[in-house]
Design a protein around this ligand. Structure first.
Ligand SMILES: [Zn+2]
Length: 272
């Protein structure tokens, strides 16, 4: 590994930590319908946090997990999300073929998905402020990926929105009629439409399958450890998001292996 590349990796880690710190703000403020701009303040006593006390992870460690203003415990969620964002930043860098591709997919795809996953996991809602505008952003990113084949990219994106949103809409409708409960949240429908916009309709087959497997593993783990929520439901957004990240990072590698080696086809149906 040469030195310039090492420097880029270190920059991706620092960039990930700083962005992760901003994602913490979004995760806290978006469900409250508050602006994500403006200075950081202590969630416990509402005092402004000076910039030198707002350094990702380092401030948390120096202050031994307590806030400097009111000496109360800060949730471990803050440094964990900063670290997670840094890891995803580096993984995205490794997967990208250019710096521009890294910046686009990390900031416009990975970061919104981190916010959606954590908010849905904690509050069981998917903020519309993310899923709706990023359907449009997704179309733009898909155009960038497949440029100069812009007409093919546009058709693929629109089909993705329809297949993603439509599948979950119909599935939710069937389940709620049969079981007489509100099974699939409207947030999941918009989220799947967003993935369709970014990745095209074929990737959705992979995303639906992978997210179902991930959610099933989590559900079984919940039953075994008896850590179920009172309403006995699990949020689907985090698993959809995880599957979408895996689809962009490893979807082609995994399905290449499946179609060529296991099925024995001469082509890959989902990631051509
Ligand atoms: Zn405070």
């Amino acid at each position: 590994m040469n030195i310039p590349y090492l420097i880029i990796i270190i920059e991706a880690i620092i960039f990930g930590l700083v962005v992760g710190s901003f994602l913490n703000v979004c995760i806290y403020r978006l469900p409250l319908n508050k602006s994500v701009m403006g200075r950081s303040f202590c969630p416990l006593c509402k005092k402004q946090i000076p910039i030198y006390r707002n350094i990702p992870i380092i401030s948390y460690v120096i202050q031994l997990g307590k806030s400097a203003c009111c000496k109360k415990s800060i949730s471990i969620q803050y440094p964990l999300i900063e670290a997670l964002t840094a890891v995803i930043s580096v993984v995205t860098l490794f997967h990208s073929t250019s710096l521009l591709q890294y910046v686009i997919w990390f900031t416009l795809f990975m970061c919104p998905l981190i916010i959606v996953s954590i908010v849905d996991f904690k509050l069981k809602i998917i903020p519309d402020q993310i899923s709706i505008p990023f359907i449009v952003v997704g179309v733009g990113v898909h155009l960038y990926e497949l440029w100069p084949n812009w007409s093919g990219a546009l058709i693929d994106s629109v089909l993705g929105i329809l297949v993603g949103g439509g599948t979950l809409l119909i599935l939710g409708e069937i389940i709620s009629r049969v079981k007489k409960v509100d099974a699939m949240g409207g947030g999941d429908v918009k989220l799947a439409a967003m993935f369709g916009a970014f990745l095209g309709w074929r990737a959705l087959v992979f995303i639906f399958l992978a997210s179902s497997i991930l959610a099933l593993i989590y559900a079984v783990a919940c039953i075994v450890t008896k850590k179920q929520d009172d309403d006995k439901t699990i949020p689907f957004g985090p698993f959809l998001s995880m599957a979408a990240m895996i689809a962009w990072l490893y979807g082609k590698t995994l399905t290449d292996w499946y179609f060529y080696s296991i099925v024995g086809l001469p082509f890959n149906i989902l990631f051509p």
